[in-house]
Design a protein around this ligand. Structure first.
Ligand code: HAM
Length: 429
């Protein structure tokens, strides 16, 4: 009987060192951009009480929960998103936290999704959120950070777009046309482009809308400019919601991000807690799933039993982002690249270890990465290893041409041989 070897669970990934190197590049760029916008990092547990999500996050995400009863009979769920955890953290220290504040996190999340391109069951998601202000400039700050980050990854303006919509605006329009219960209508509106016109009309009819209302709504959601919208809405609330979007766009334009944002009223978002601006980031032509999505949630803390504290933020997944960067050939080489490889003709391992340590400490900044053989072996084999590990310089601890305090060394990038002391070698790097 053959024993089957262990299999990777569906929708998960292994990160062998080459994949992890790419992953770290994404994490580093996320973190450095968030920090350059003065967001502070936080974390929470990977599992929470089930009830943190049920009834608050929205049907779709709840249907995708990985949940179970623990040994103490408690209903537990692996976190499918970070926002409820963030809201819990905020409620717990509502008094102490000086508002507004800007936080980021890079959680590992779990959703029981049908595994498909851009969607996995375990993934990472950068979250950036601003808590404690209703100001539209919070949205502006988040969108500026998104554009900065995508540019840092090497994407050009025009290769991505932040589509902006407003639930407030949609709500006032629904009211104007006399449509019933917006909370029933939003999930349908969110699926509008995915399900096609017929299924859209049918689902809205089921939610209680007339044929005329469906037509009006479809026309409204197709508007591509603020001017177009202005001819369709007239209420005071709608005008205020539009003025807010205009201010947002003008601010982003002044900061040099005008090309990165556009009005896109087809965006509604599936999650239940959004109350104002909602936005999604897509590649040009929307050929892939959303790179990121977010919005304003001014009543989530209240829904969870705390006081009302406004919030706005977004999540950017690693999966679609990596696919997009790969398509544009913007991912770095996955190969290892060490600074020094310490070699020995006589297999003098004590000298090798001693020299390796001296080179690690020779950096005034980040320690140099230094490799060396782990067993006695011929020089040819050592050079093979040095090559494989991407060493920039091979240092020989016992080269016959080196005087005391000096080493023979080889620059692997040019093939040239030199003799010099440690300072000269470090300089060469
Ligand atoms: P979301 O739209 O559910 O929002 O997810 C945001 C992003 O996470 C998506 O655009 C996508 O890049 C990525 N993502 C979602 N599901 C998967 C999956 N199964 N596999 C791979 N990537 C995925 C939220 O999660 C909100 N909590 C974001 C937020 C933060 N809103 C306010 N603050």
């Amino acid at each position: 009987m053959s024993i089957s070897i262990p299999q990777l669970p569906k929708g998960t990934r292994d990160f062998y060192p080459e994949a992890q190197r790419i992953q770290n590049y994404i994490f580093d760029t996320w973190r450095s951009t968030a920090e350059s916008f003065a967001y502070e990092e936080y974390e929470g547990p990977m599992f929470e009480h089930l009830e943190l999500y049920t009834g608050k996050s929205g049907e779709e995400i709840v249907s995708q929960l990985y949940n179970f009863k623990d040994k103490g009979d408690r209903e537990i769920a692996l976190r499918p998103e970070m926002t409820p955890t963030l809201a819990r953290l905020v409620i717990q220290k509502a008094r102490e936290l000086k508002k507004p504040f800007k936080w980021f996190s890079m959680p590992r999340l779990f959703r029981y999704e049908k595994a498909q391109k851009g969607r996995l069951r375990e993934f990472f998601q950068l979250n950036m959120d601003i808590i404690g202000t209703e100001s539209i400039y919070a949205e502006a700050d988040l969108m500026a950070a998104i554009a900065t980050m995508l540019r840092k990854f090497g994407l050009k303006d025009g290769e991505f777009a932040i589509g902006v919509s407003s639930r407030k605006l949609l709500a006032t329009y629904l009211e104007e046309i006399g449509a019933p219960n917006p909370s029933l209508v939003y999930p349908v509106l969110d699926r509008r482009l995915k399900i096609g016109p017929e299924a859209f009309a049918k689902a809205l009819a089921e939610a209680g809308l007339t044929e005329d209302q469906v037509k009006k709504l479809d026309d409204f959601m197709s508007c591509k400019s603020i001017e177009e919208v202005k001819t369709r809405v007239h209420s005071e609330n709608a005008t205020a919601a539009l003025a807010e979007i205009e201010d947002l766009f003008a601010t982003l334009t002044a900061a040099g991000y005008g090309e990165c944002v556009n009005l896109d009223l087809s965006i509604v978002r599936g999650l239940a807690y959004y109350t104002g601006i909602v936005f999604e980031v897509f590649d040009k032509g929307k050929s892939m799933r959303a790179i990121a999505g977010g919005g304003r949630y001014d009543s989530l803390t209240e829904k969870l039993g705390g006081e009302r504290i406004p919030g706005v933020g977004f999540g950017m997944g690693d999966v679609v982002l990596a696919d997009l960067l790969a398509e544009h050939k913007l991912l770095p080489s996955p190969k290892q690249s060490v600074d020094f490889y310490i070699a020995s003709f006589t297999n003098d391992m004590k000298k090798v270890f001693e020299t390796a340590q001296a080179f690690r400490n020779a950096s005034s900044g980040k320690p140099f990465s230094v490799a060396h053989p782990l067993a006695a072996m011929k020089m040819g084999k050592q050079l093979d290893q040095a090559n494989y590990q991407g060493a920039k310089i091979v240092v020989y601890v016992d080269g016959s041409k080196a005087a005391a305090g000096e080493f023979e060394y080889k620059d692997m990038r040019t093939g040239e041989m030199f003799v010099g002391n440690m300072d000269a070698i470090v300089e060469r790097l």
